[in-house]
Design a protein around this ligand. Structure first.
Ligand code: FAQ
Length: 319
C-alpha cells in the first residue's frame, strides 16, 4: 500500500514537471485523476455549448433576408456541429463515451454556455452572435489553444480558425444593417443592448468566486483567468461599439486613464446563477429541442450500427 502511494506520488511529481516544462499531455500518458475529471468537465461543457449553440441561429435559417445570407448562416451552423464533433472526440480520449456525455446533457446535469439560453428575436441577433459571442469565444479559446492537453489544444486551433471567419461574417451583417439607415441601426442597437451583459457572463464568475480556476491554472489547462479574458474582450469591444456609435447599456462604464482600460458596472450575478442552473429565458426550450433532435436521429445511429455490424461479419467470413 505504501509502495503504491509512493509510486503515485512519484508519477505525480513527473507529471507536474512535464507541465512546468510546457510539455503536452497525450491520452495514453499518466495523469492525475483530478486532471482527467477537470478536462472531461471542461471539454464536454464546451462540446454541449457548440451543439446547443446551433439552436438560436438555426432558428433564423428559414428567415434569412437573402439566399446569400441563408447559405452563410447554414454553413456557420454546420461549422458549430463540426466543433461539437471535434470536442466530443477529444473528451472521448479521456475515457468518457459520447453516450454518457449526451445523457448528462439531456438529463439537465451538464452545463453549457449561459449565452445560448437567451432568445434570438431579430435578424440583427445573427450579426450580434458572430461579433460578440464568437468574439468572446475566440478570446477564451485562442488562449486555451495553448493548453496542456494535446487533443483539446489541437481541436481549439482548428475551431478558432473557423470562429474568426464567423466573427467577420457577424460584423459584416452589423455594418450592413447600420449602413442601411435609421431602422437598421435601431435594430442593431436593440440587439446589442440585449446581448451586452449576457456576453460578459460567458467568461464565468469573478476569479475570487471561481472554484475550478486554481486547479485549471496549476495544470495549464486555463492560461488566463476569467477576469483577465473578460477585460481583454471589454477593451476590444467597447472601442468597436463606439466606432459604430452604439450606446453601451452601462451607466457606470468609464475609461481608466492609468490602466488604459475600460471599467464596467457589476454583472447581475443573480441572473447568471439562475441561467446556469436551469432557469434562464430559454433553458427549457433548448433542452427540449436538443432531446427531440437526439430522439429523431435514432434511426441514423441504428442504421450506422447495422452497417458496421454487417461489415464486421463480412470481414470475419472473408478472413
Ligand atoms: N455558462 O469555476 P468556474 C461558443 C460554470 S462556445 C455556463 O469559473 P471554469 C461557440 C462552470 O462550468 C462558448 N456555465 O469554471 C459558438 C462551473 O460549473 P461546474 C462556450 C458557466 O470551467 C459561438 C461554475 O460555473 N465556451 O460560444 C459559465 O474554470 C456561436 C464555476 O465556474 C466554452 O465552453 C457560463 N458562461 O471556467 C457556438 C469554452 N461560466 O462545471 C455557437 C470553454 C462558468 O463546476 C454560436 N470553457 N460556468 O458545474 C471555459 O473556458 C470555462 O468553462 C469557463 C468557466 C471560462 C466558461
Amino acid at each position: 500500500m505504501i509502495e503504491k502511494s509512493e509510486n503515485i506520488a512519484s508519477l505525480e511529481e513527473q507529471f507536474n514537471q512535464r507541465i512546468a516544462n510546457g510539455e503536452t499531455i497525450e491520452p495514453n500518458d499518466w495523469m492525475p485523476e483530478k486532471y482527467r475529471k477537470q478536462l472531461v468537465r471542461l471539454i464536454s461543457q464546451h462540446a454541449h455549448s457548440e451543439i446547443i449553440g446551433m439552436l438560436p441561429e438555426g432558428n433564423w435559417i428559414t428567415r434569412a433576408p437573402s439566399l446569400r445570407r441563408k447559405l452563410a448562416l447554414l454553413a456557420k451552423v454546420q461549422d458549430e456541429a463540426g466543433h461539437g464533433h471535434y470536442l466530443y472526440s477529444s473528451a472521448e480520449t479521456l475515457g468518457t463515451s459520447r453516450e454518457e456525455m449526451f445523457d448528462q446533457l439531456h438529463e439537465g446535469k451538464a452545463k453549457y454556455s449561459s449565452i445560448f439560453n437567451y432568445p434570438t428575436l431579430s435578424w440583427a441577433d445573427m450579426g450580434m452572435i458572430g461579433w460578440l459571442v464568437d468574439g468572446a469565444a475566440i478570446i477564451n479559446q485562442t488562449t486555451m489553444a495553448k493548453c496542456s492537453y494535446g487533443p483539446y489544444s489541437r481541436a481549439l486551433i482548428r475551431i478558432c480558425k473557423e470562429e474568426n471567419f464567423h466573427k467577420k461574417q457577424g460584423m459584416e451583417i452589423i455594418a450592413t444593417l447600420i449602413a442601411s439607415g435609421e431602422k437598421g441601426k435601431a435594430m442593431v442597437q436593440e440587439s446589442f443592448t440585449r446581448f451586452w451583459w449576457p456576453t460578459l457572463m460567458m467568461f464565468g464568475p469573478h476569479d475570487s468566486n471561481s472554484p475550478n480556476s486554481a486547479d485549471m491554472m496549476k495544470w495549464k489547462i486555463k492560461l488566463k483567468s476569467n477576469d483577465e479574458l473578460r477585460q481583454r474582450f471589454i477593451d476590444m469591444t467597447v472601442d468597436q461599439a463606439l466606432a459604430w456609435e452604439l450606446r453601451i447599456p452601462d451607466d457606470k462604464l468609464k475609461f481608466n486613464e492609468t490602466t488604459r482600460s475600460w471599467e464596467t458596472g457589476e454583472i447581475d450575478w443573480e441572473e447568471f446563477n439562475a441561467v446556469i442552473n436551469g432557469s434562464g429565458p430559454c433553458n427549457h426550450e433548448r433542452l427540449e429541442a436538443r432531446r427531440n433532435a437526439h430522439d429523431n436521429g435514432k434511426w441514423v445511429r441504428d442504421a450506422a450500427r447495422a452497417f458496421e455490424e454487417k461489415q464486421r461479419l463480412k470481414n470475419k467470413s472473408a478472413a
